[in-house]
Ligand binder design. Sequence first.
Ligand code: ANZ
Length: 816
Amino acid sequence: ELRYEPKAIEPKWQQVWADERTWEVSNEDDGREAYYVLEMLPYPSGEPHMGHLKNYALGDAVAHFNRRNGKRVLHPMGYDAFGLPAENNAIKTGVHPRDATAASIASFQRQFREWGISIDWTREFGTHEPRYYRWTQWLFLQLFERGLAYKRDGSVNWDPVEETVLANEQVIDGRGERSGALVEIRQLEQWYFRITDYADRLLDDLDTIQWPEHVKTMQRHWIGRSVGAHVVFHNAELGKDYEVFTTRPDTLFGATFFVMSPEHPDVLALAEGTEHEQAVRDYVRHALLESNEERGAADKAKTGVPLGRTVINPVNGEAIPMFVADYVLMEYGTGAIMAVPAHDERDFGFAQVHGLPIRQVIASAPGAEDELPFSSDGVLVNSDARFDGRPNREALEEIVGWLDGDGKGRRAINYRLRDWLVSRQRYWGCPIPIVYCEQHGAVAVPADQLPVELPDVTDYKPRGRSPLAAVEEWVATTCPECGGPARRETDTMDTFVDSSWYFLRYTDANNDSAPWAREVADGWMPVDQYIGGVEHAILHLLYARFFTKAFHDIGLLSADEPFQALFTQGMITRDGAKMSKSKGNVIAPSSYVDRYGADTARCYILFIGPPDQDADWSDEGVEGVHRFLARLWRLGVEVGRGPADSPAAGDFVNDADAALTRKAHWAIDKVTNDMGARFAFNTAISAVMELVNESYRHRDQASPEVLRFAAATGASLIFPFAPHTASEVYEQATGQRVWEQPWPVADPAMLVADTFELVAQVNGKVRERLTAPADASKEQLEELARNAPNVQAHLDGKQVVKVIVVPGKLVNIVVR
Ligand code: ANZ
């Protein structure tokens, strides 16, 4: 009895690919089109999980499909190896993060090989290796030289559990992304990258890349460009001008009060000496304890207190009262606003609570009674005579122009995006290559002294500063400028810096005189297809775009977008729930690979549903896919070796030959379309299943050549998903290597069906399904339907009032 034995088949082919270095690719142009497919690199902590299997099974299918379509494909792999999990583990267990990381990497390497992923291993690296982070440091210094990396004092997000600062992108709803701890605001001197210089390009160039719309939307929202104006309000007591940022200068005549953020540096000075001084002090102290999200929510009761002062509205000279209220944030705009309660929801709420005047200045039509707050466009009312009755968008432009002429305002664009804070007070990261000299300040470590290697430490625990600060013999150094005593920067870089350029390093991974040679990177970049989780929509995917643009400007690269197309995969769940250690529902790929083979696991994870959707893992489903592969394999063994060309229509000796040959061409066409234009891998796999089923159905009637063609075609089409089984079946049937064959092409003549399934209905109810000639006339179709026995039974004794014929589909006979 023949048995499908993945345990024997899979290592055999893996050995062939390793021995022959089948998936290595040269940087030399050989006339084939270059194609770069990349899956997000794994973070090596513990063992690979199902999300990894899905990610790399997806990328591998894309790689194989493109190779066999004649492209020169780059498909590399590496590890995002610095980071907190390994370091937190070190704090707990004392195991050096390098050792824990090495153990995890070894496990990933072994499993990638067991899964048969077609990787060019000559380009592999971990971002924690000095030969990699030497260039991370070098790139940091390129940015530093151009003012794109800089150090400044400012309020930063401090994670009290991880004991490090975090970038804005790593604070979710006021909490640290990893620790979940409420973030505190601290004043600290830190290193930043000037990503805000790129805000416009990061926004505009989203239109040039093929990314899922929801990812683009998230980036647009994060960058948050608002077009409006800065308008100046004067306060007499302090003799100071206060600017506000507003997107609605057309509503200026309706500004009836003025609000400052509790963090605004002038709040206490303004209230000083007024009857409100103590209330303002209390309010400010209390407000500083709340998170921005809590404060900004539109539905929140509008708390605040008067400052006892006024400012002058520049359009009408009116003195309007000042308040301090926590719905105004210090980090946005200027930290102060003009409040227009008739047209802004939050100002409206505040005015109601505090009994402030509400003056409508935009109406749907002159004299209309609109419900307030009214936020639509309309015409100006209750404004200056020269604006009343004018459409508000027109008036907006004029008001800004008028204020500009008087020095009271000007057009302004405001962004939500802030510069990227990259210092971390932690150990397991890339050292920042800067030394501090009393005379020369912050000085770059010269390129020939890179990398600044991460020293070993005995105590990993951060204490408000990096553990590196305790390594005195490492910290103490000399100034590259003057040779005098100097001290090293002891913070390390955010690990997102490492992953913001790894895709460039793959193109020229073994270059030891530069991070990459420009002409080499230009030969591959941008990545044609990037694949990964949607959780990276903002952080990694925004940072990588920024780096690519900066390197383009520095002249290191032609591309100015890193990832031309992006595919975001859905999660693998169990019983609808995300797999997590705390739920105890985690299943490891290895348990399925060991039992059923890698091909079954890979095929199943892509068969389970559209790959951009979440999908529920089912053990029965795995069994089904395993049986399909076993049937394909048996077919390959049984057909006997020989040529596997498509039979011509003239060679058909019976209906079985015709049906099976047509089915094979149908499958070629279907799989090619499903893979080429979109990621419909699930339907591609089920098309091959149909072909295998059809082969078994005709096994006894079809000619051996036709059966062999069907088996070889099935193997050829399933190769991107089940490469070992496909290689075995193809070799059994043809003696050839499937990956050396071009992707099959469907014969259009075989795709034209000469029959179709005719649905015969009586009064709209389906009574028969018939096989009808594709070229039958309407009359012939009606005839066929009328003669079908079960239709006749329902016509018996009735009067036909109408017959509807839809060629290619159905006949409906209406009776009474
Ligand atoms: C007057 C006005 C009238 C406004 C109106 C809106 C509607 P976006 O679109 O998000 O950029 N604002 C400005 N700075 C703020 C801060 N630091 N904290 C809280 N709110 C602030 O939002 C811009 C609008 O948000 C600005 O335009 C300002 O209110 C408010 F019918 O000015 B507006």
